[in-house]
Design a protein around this ligand. Sequence first.
Ligand code: ATP
Ligand code: MG
Length: 368
Amino acid sequence: MAHDYITKPFQKAELDAVIDQCLGTNQQNYPGEVEELSDDTFFIAASPVMRKLRSQAALVANVDIPVLMLGESGTGKEVMAKLIHKLSPRAHRTFLKVNCAAVPADLLESELFGYEAGAFTGANHPKPGKFEICNKGTILLDEIGEMPPSLQAKLLHVLQDQQFSRLGSRSVIKVDVRILAATNINIPEAIANKRLREDLYYRLNAFTLQIPPLRERKEEIPILLKHFMARMAEQYARPTLSFSPELMQACLHYHWPGNLRELGNFIKRYLVLGDDKLAINELHPKSDGHGAQFAGAHGGDAEGGLKSVARGAKDEAEAEAISRALDETNWNRKQAAALLKISYKALLYKIRQYGIAETKSHKLTAGA
Ligand SMILES: Nc1ncnc2c1ncn2[C@@H]1O[C@H](COP(=O)(O)OP(=O)(O)OP(=O)(O)O)[C@@H](O)[C@H]1O
Ligand SMILES: [Mg+2]
């Protein structure tokens, strides 16, 4: 059922207003926190900001205008483009991604627009470009800021009248392609130094989806961990691992510079190594340098039994308290022993026993 309508040509502000009006009702139709996009791709929206973006994607999917996806690396720009395609009337047609940064500049033109035989040396047979292959479908121009400016001008023509010519041909081809674009460059800077054509930018940003970094939507972390773990365990045919409160805390405190891609890779490593302590250690690389030692301390667990579990837990707690005391005293062992109320000798023995190592940063400060 139509909620509202907009007459063409419309202004971005009008579109925004209609979207804002629809949001309340649309959010009730939201199918849940995870949606299947294709065999191996899924989309999760588990925070207010992501649910709002998801609703905007659903609305803009039905209007054939370009959409520009912005966001740091790994925030989900490509996933968002796939979501828009899936929710659009073009869902049953082709979705193609062209990475403008991965293809050399001169090849990119023939990739996108195709060529006739004899257009250049080596062009023995005519070849359609991605725009032709993708007719009636959706194309994602990824890393659009890396497209050479001369090609940006040609792209602008396609955006204006949906027509172009193959390289080496005079006849015009008309296509009906939905164009989506993504980038993580600094746009004002790229426009100022002429890397990005301003006219192309204004064409592409008819609608912009700014995807926030994961550190600004940390409430999603537990849900993301749960879904990524379930998927990857199935993919690698391994039993799912649980997240201890300490591991969850470490995940919530970490700032995830690589965003969801980094979180996915982290889960893969945790699944393979299966070591909670190592995983925690990875998220606090500087707090202690002895994560790997815990695997040894846990060795007794293999024998099973409550006693070894208790011993492992006691060892862990002791080792943790000792490294904290050493951190606090900048590795002054006498002071640390006093703090821990044990003898100097006992402390030296325990440092050796648990393999607690002095971290680089301490050595540097101690030597300075
Ligand atoms: N909302 C999301 N739900 C589920 N998975 C996601 C989501 N966002 C990102 N991911 C996962 O994180 C990884 C990176 O996502 P994607 O490739 O879309 O990022 P990107 O913004 O295009 O990154 P880059 O700028 O580096 O190309 C993918 O494995 C993707 O499946
Ligand atoms: Mg990408």
